[in-house]
Design a protein around this ligand. Structure first.
Ligand code: SF4
Length: 452
């Protein structure tokens, strides 16, 4: 990538929508009131001239310029490779947040999304999502979601790039980690102004032994009536005992994450449970909590038909929420080394099937986000039955509230100026550093949240 603008990284992301590695040249000049973007790909030259757009301030001017530059490179790549991408030239992880910004400023987001060549299908997805979020979406600097991270899993799934450790290797840290986490939770509760939700995520929080789990739940001390999610995660960790504990401590939502209902795939991705186990564990929680189920489109070796069977199986169980992820391989995932480049067509068909089947069963999209290296340049979408959306997911994806986060690698976030400005503090990633630096972490978080 060669460019005479400061947008090299952004242009690199646009390029990666089409090819994992490649070379393009780009130059931006201003000539007679026109912004002229020249792009060279494989010896072919493109030139796009557009009137310079009026901006209210320098920040806005830069934003317009960046968009125009990305769009020019996207148009050239699209012509050169003969294809369009579902999200067009948009590369950010929060397209719905961008849509809200446009709605606030111009009363609609369609014009921008059309200009950035977002497909009609994805635009409709955003329209439906904004509709489902009505009544939940609440932009407020004082609102806060409380997040607790448990970085242990019973084994590492081979597509996983999260910071989480196989309990067989890291289990020795559990007692010390629980001590530190309980301390951090106790100290952090005072940073919450108006509590919106609590979320214990991982990793696999249900992998914690009962005694440690109870200490964490007791420290959180959820106020009655608060949305309180426990990402139980893998069915092999859900037991009658930990389910009873969750109920006793006021948990209201549980995530049971099958990823697929195909036994062969479960084996292939390193899971130690079967589809029958998923149904059995679901039966333990379904009458006690709201339940979310996660599925992944694009797991290696799965056909669109395999995936459709998983979607149908999840719908048949009728959980309140179903989240459809698109396989995303970052460094850290064992599978990435074996996968050269992710083809999009099959995955697109999977995502389209899920959307149609879920809509037919009464589910509505209510949050979505994108990541780098997603199969088919698609997205992850959470679907909900009416009135059952998870507030935590809406708040964090739209960045409309603070996050007070505890645990290794947890990211706390304070919001200012009507959520227009965000400041973050990230806890150390690895467990020994987290344990050693706990006093410093608490001081840093206090500084972050006391700026308000
Ligand atoms: S995918 Fe989930 S359960 Fe599997 S290793 Fe990663 S965090 Fe753990």
């Amino acid at each position: 990538m060669t460019t005479n603008t400061p947008y090299g990284a952004d242009l690199g992301e646009v390029l990666k929508l089409f090819v994992p590695d490649g070379e393009i040249g780009h130059e931006l000049t201003y000539e007679n009131g026109q912004a002229v973007n020249r792009v060279v790909i494989g010896g072919k030259q493109y030139c796009f001239s557009d009137p310079v757009r009026a901006a209210d301030n320098a920040l806005e001017k830069k934003r317009y310029e960046k968009r125009a530059v990305k769009l020019a490179v996207y148009k050239a790549l699209s012509d050169f490779y003969g294809k369009e991408m579902p999200w067009g030239a948009l590369t950010g992880i929060r397209p719905s947040k961008l849509a809200y910004q446009e709605i606030e400023k111009r009363g609609e987001f369609k014009t921008l999304f059309d200009e950035m060549r977002v497909s009609a299908q994805k635009r409709r997805l955003i329209e439906a999502l904004v509709e489902t979020q009505r009544g939940i979406y609440e932009k407020n600097d004082d609102n806060a979601d409380f997040f607790v991270f448990i970085p242990f899993c019973p084994s590492k799934c081979n597509y996983c790039s999260f910071v989480t450790a196989d309990i067989a290797r890291s289990g020795r840290y559990i007692p010390a980690y629980t001590d530190a986490l309980v301390e951090e939770i106790e100290q952090s509760k005072r940073f919450v102004k108006k509590l919106r939700s609590i979320y214990i995520g991982g990793g696999t929080p249900a992998a914690l032994p009962l005694a440690e789990l109870e200490r964490v739940l007791a420290a959180v001390e959820a106020p009655r009536g608060t949305e309180y999610t426990f990402e139980a995660g893998r069915p092999d960790c859900i037991t009658k005992e930990n389910v009873a504990l969750l109920k006793r401590y006021g948990v209201t939502r549980v995530c049971v994450n099958p990823q697929t209902f195909n036994d062969e795939t479960l084996l292939r991705i390193g899971r130690r449970h079967t589809a029958a186990d998923i149904r059995e564990k679901y039966a333990l929680v379904k009458d006690l909590f709201s339940v979310n189920m996660d599925l992944i489109a694009g797991l290696v070796g799965e056909t669109p038909e395999d995936f459709a069977r998983s979607v149908d199986a999840a719908i048949a169980l009728c959980p309140d929420n179903i989240t459809v992820h698109t396989l995303c391989l970052k460094s850290g995932a064992e599978l990435k080394e074996k996968t050269s480049y992710l083809s999009g067509e099959g995955v697109s068909a999977m995502v389209e099937y899920a959307h149609a089947a879920l809509a037919a069963a009464g589910y509505r999209p209510y949050y979505l986000y994108r990541q780098k290296y997603m199969a088919g340049n698609l997205e992850n979408t959470g679907y909900t039955l009416p009135g059952k959306a998870c507030v935590y997911n809406v708040d964090t994806m739209e960045e409309i509230s603070a996050t007070v986060a505890c645990g290794a690698n947890a990211v706390s976030k304070a919001v200012f100026d009507g959520c227009e400005r965000i400041e973050r503090y990230k806890n150390p990633k690895d467990i020994p550093t987290y344990l050693a630096k706990l006093p410093e972490i608490i001081v840093k978080k206090k500084q972050l949240f006391q700026k308000k």
